[in-house]
Design a protein around this ligand. Structure first.
Ligand SMILES: [Fe+2]
Length: 455
């Protein structure tokens, strides 16, 4: 349990964090050609140009609110780069983001540079203000928002270009351990969610210094007690090889495994396999950033790009079920050795290259199961952080006692979506927590979603 105040070495100034996060967005899009920035390949994705402008628009709303005399850069940009915020006025409909060639990519990058210049100067002046705490919180939130868009950029660039994108891919780690079977987790009262007290951050420093890892979304709070029955959970995410067995057993042809909504998708969208799987001469292949691969060569990796509907069908076929988010969180954070909840599966230290496959690892892909033994829980569950966001059966609804901390951010989505946990290979290290609640609609599969089963 981490109750100590962060050491100075753990502190990262908000100015430094601003520079590094903003720079990473541009690093992600750097290999794109100019034509790639404006294309929208599906209603659910956004053109890269839109992401780099929208994340700047977010900081412009901060300048408009807090910087006296700030002049709006261009009124028409407010219309194109707003996403869904009713409170910020009219905006282009999401499916139409790719129907315009203006603002141009050059204009968008110029806008971004302008916002960075303004924000850098603004942040320098903040520490002397009475509302410094409020401003630093909103800047930090803007940076967390930008990290969410960095991950979305990876999904969208994959949908746009896949193996045509020249991603700077590093070599995959080696499998160190064979991981299979399930572990039993004891039930009882469990404290679900993010606790500032447990995290030692009730008194967040005000000024330019801000602890690097002490942030949580409002939807992770308040921590509250839930009752869990004893349960078992898979030690590893469901693999490509496991999932291929479901396909080969006629899983997509048999209504009995599917929710009604899932069976309807199978029939209307003609689903036969996860997204990015292709059949070549009767053999299943997977296309990713690195190219086209035989599924049998990927058998030991976590399956990804499956919807909640597919994950549920697999689980039923396998005689199991998906975990609830409370079960997932207990499995990920409960330490048998110290008999309490800890920040991460492996303990209290922030994620590094040995623990989990997150964005900074540079794989641009899931890693083989068993290649992160240092990241396992005390009960032996592997890769709960990183690789794939894991579907749970839990509906994305507010925790009891929820208080909204930012209008129209998390609370307007509290209907019809499912919770996913743990982060993916596209999630930045500083962005992930064991209590993080991501959410998508049950049919969505362009994001990096996988799962593990419970019983
Ligand atoms: Fe956004």
């Amino acid at each position: 349990m981490s109750t100590v105040k962060p050491a100075p070495s753990e502190l990262i100034s908000i100015a430094d964090l601003y520079q590094s996060v903003r720079a990473r967005t541009l690093e992600i899009v750097a290999p794109l050609e100019i034509e790639d920035y404006v294309i929208q390949t599906a209603e659910f994705m956004s053109p890269p140009r839109w992401h780099i402008g929208h994340t700047s628009w977010f900081f412009e709303t901060v300048l408009q609110k807090f910087q006296p005399g700030y002049q709006t850069y261009r009124e028409d940009f407010l219309f194109y780069f707003n996403s869904y915020y009713e409170g910020f006025g009219a905006r282009i409909e999401r499916p139409k983001r790719g129907t315009r060639s203006r603002p141009t990519v050059a204009e968008t990058k110029k806008y971004r540079a302008h916002i960075d210049e303004q924000m850098t100067r603004f942040i320098e002046t903040v520490s002397s203000r009475d509302d410094a705490g409020e401003i630093l919180s909103i800047v930090r939130l803007g940076l967390e928002h930008e990290m969410q868009h960095q991950e979305l950029l990876v999904y969208d660039i994959k949908h746009l270009l896949c193996d045509q994108f020249d991603a700077p891919i590093k070599a995959a780690p080696k499998v160190v351990e064979s991981v299979g079977g399930m572990v039993e987790i004891e039930g009882g009262l469990f404290e679900l969610g993010y606790s500032a007290a447990r995290d030692g951050c009730e008194s967040r420093p005000v000024g330019t210094g801000m602890p690097a890892l002490r942030f949580a979304w409002d939807n992770e709070k308040p921590a509250h007690k839930v009752w869990l029955e004893d349960f078992s959970i898979d030690r590893a995410p469901v693999s490509v090889g496991d999932y291929l067995e479901f396909i080969n057993d006629g899983g997509y042809q048999n209504f009995r495994w599917w929710h009604s909504a899932g069976w309807e998708k199978v029939n209307t969208e003609h689903w036969q396999a996860p997204l990015y799987w292709e059949q070549h001469q009767g053999e299943w292949m997977i296309r990713d950033f690195a190219g086209l691969h035989r599924v049998v060569d990927k058998a030991g990796e976590p399956v990804s790009h499956v919807s909640f509907l597919e994950a549920s069908a697999y689980a039923k076929w396998a005689g199991k079920r998906l975990p609830t988010e409370a079960e997932w969180e207990k499995a990920a954070t409960w330490s048998r050795s110290v008999n309490s909840k800890q920040d991460f599966p492996w303990g209290v230290s922030p994620p590094d290259e040995s623990h989990a496959n997150l964005f900074e690892n540079g794989l641009w892909s899931v890693a083989p199961i068993g290649s992160f033994p240092a990241g396992q829980t005390t009960t032996g569950c592997h890769q709960m952080i990183g690789d794939v966001w894991e579907w749970t059966t839990s509906d994305y609804v507010p925790y009891p006692g929820f208080q909204s901390e930012f209008d129209e951010y998390n609370d307007k989505w509290f209907v019809g979506q499912k919770v996913l946990r743990g982060g993916s290979f596209a999630t930045p290290r500083i962005h992930i927590r064991s209590t993080y609640r991501n959410f998508f609609y049950p049919h969505e599969r362009w994001m990096i979603g996988g799962f593990r089963c419970a019983k």
